[in-house]
Design a protein around this ligand. Structure first.
Ligand code: NAG
Ligand code: NAG
Ligand code: NAG
Ligand code: NAG
Length: 422
């Protein structure tokens, strides 16, 4: 679910630019998505989506909703499953795990597979204190101590700031709230959830001491070999500072609403440009041998959860430049901000924490060569190459074998760390 919305984003990027340059009317039409998802149930879900809190408590787990304020004033809605009602372990030592979603995602995406398969539940039932983050700009994190989310100033951030401020704040806050004297957390991120980890740990290396083990699902940092055709096509336009990217900057992108799903549907109509791409996606949805279709339906009513257009631009820049580096403001402004015409690279060599890279051959976003190029520069990494050759970017959210291939091994690594500590 997470970054398949990246696709939606790209599609909409085109349409936003199109709509801005000419006023194009998008007609109501034979909506493939609407046909697929216009059941009575999804209509209800779309009106009253369950929140992360609802989902967790429906399964009987205790849940807390925290508001975490970052150094630059963003107020993040973060959920916590502090202990397991099954274990009744509220008085035991519970190591912290912080889990971060991908682009356009939110805390909900981790929960769709339910208690027997989804990572947060499996972790909490293994004795951990589980925190589900929401980065600035998504459904749960649209508040700021002085800026309104209706202003461009609020949306003037990329994943750089999410890493630098939001993740730092969440780590510090969870350590303090847990109150059991832990000095460090385990971290799990998917896709953008990995980018922001690399950002924080390279620019504020003191945070590496606050990490026990880190698990990068579909790591995205260097993006030169990415196979995503649509991104490859658009990056030459949006991956630099120019008229297109300036028009597109500092906006909210895809807040949660039904209207967005309708546009998506329209673009996927039989005569539409993106038809073949949509068909590819739908086929993926319907390969029920791979993806849990019940969980999939849950997700459609809840996603996307919104982000800033700058996050997308920053990724396109990464693809264009082939480098994992800071936001490109254009040569003139770069000189002001960075004191050089080109933005500086993130010094990933400074990431000393124990980083586990979980990656696969068939990943549309995280190409094997890019992952290996990054891995070469990381001082303390372990590689976990997925044996399923069809494993793709969003299998980390919805694959029916997720528990076996990913979740159980990840929890084993964390448990091993904990037992070696004691
Ligand atoms: C946890 O500790 C509190 C205070 O000592 C006690 O009242 C409570 O019964 C304990 N709960 C469990 C499940 O052991
Ligand atoms: C599929 O998702 C449903 C709904 O969350 C869940 O009850 C079921 O256990 C999941 N099955 C697998 C194999 O993931
Ligand atoms: C966005 O923020 C940066 C500083 O992070 C600032 O230099 C820039 O002028 C801002 N852009 C807009 C359009 O407000
Ligand atoms: C669907 O998944 C199965 C099992 O992983 C695989 O063998 C098959 O090739 C997939 N079908 C498509 C159309 O990708």
């Amino acid at each position: 679910m997470h970054d398949y919305f990246f696709s939606v984003v790209i599609i909409l990027a085109v349409s936003v630019i199109g709509l801005r340059s000419a006023s194009i009317y998008i007609p109501e039409s034979h909506l493939i998505f609407q046909k697929l998802y216009s059941t009575a149930q999804t209509a209800v879900d779309a009106k009253n989506p369950l929140t992360t809190r609802d989902r967790i408590s429906l399964h009987g787990y205790p849940v807390e909703h925290h508001q975490i304020v970052t150094e630059d004033g963003y107020i993040l809605g973060v959920f916590r499953i502090p202990h397991s009602h099954k274990l009744q372990n509220q008085n035991n030592t519970r190591p912290i795990v912080l889990i971060e979603h991908g682009l356009m995602g939110g805390s909900d995406v981790w929960l769709f597979l339910g208690p027997n398969h989804a990572l947060p539940y499996l972790l909490v039932d293994s004795g951990f204190d589980v925190w589900l983050g929401n980065s600035r700009g998504n459904t749960y994190s649209r508040k700021h101590s002085s800026l309104s989310a209706d202003t461009p100033d609020f949306w003037n951030f990329s994943w750089h700031e999410i890493g630098y401020y939001d993740i730092a704040a969440m780590i510090d806050y969870s350590l303090e709230k847990n109150g059991q004297g832990h000095k460090a957390v385990h971290y799990v991120g998917h896709s953008q959830g990995t980018t922001i980890f690399f950002t924080l740990m390279s620019l504020r290396p003191e945070y590496n001491e606050k990490i026990k083990t880190a698990h990068m699902f579909a790591p995205v940092a260097i993006m030169s070999k990415m196979q995503y055709k649509l991104v490859r096509k658009l990056s030459p336009y949006l991956g630099h500072q120019n008229l297109y990217s300036r028009l597109f900057a500092n906006m909210e992108f895809l807040p949660y609403n039904g209207y967005v799903l309708r546009i998506f549907s329209n673009l996927c109509g039989p005569d539409q440009v993106f038809r073949s791409f949509c068909v590819y996606l739908i086929k993926a949805f319907y390969n029920s041998t791979r993806w849990n279709s019940t969980a999939m339906t849950e997700g459609i009513g809840n996603q996307p959860a919104g982000c800033s257009t700058n996050q997308i631009l920053h990724y396109m820049q990464a693809h264009e430049s082939g480098r994992f580096r800071q936001y490109d403001h254009g040569a003139k402004n770069n000189r002001k901000v960075y004191n050089s015409a080109e933005p500086p690279d993130y010094p990933v060599e400074k990431i000393t924490s124990n980083v586990h890279l979980w990656y696969s051959e068939n990943d549309i976003m995280a190409a094997v060569d890019d992952v290996l190029a990054l891995a070469k520069r990381l001082p303390n990494k372990e590689l976990h190459f997925m044996e399923d050759p069809l494993w793709d970017h969003d299998d980390y959210a919805l694959n029916t074998e997720l528990r076996t291939y990913i979740n159980v091994p990840v929890i084993e690594i964390m448990k091993k760390f904990e037992s070696s500590e004691n």
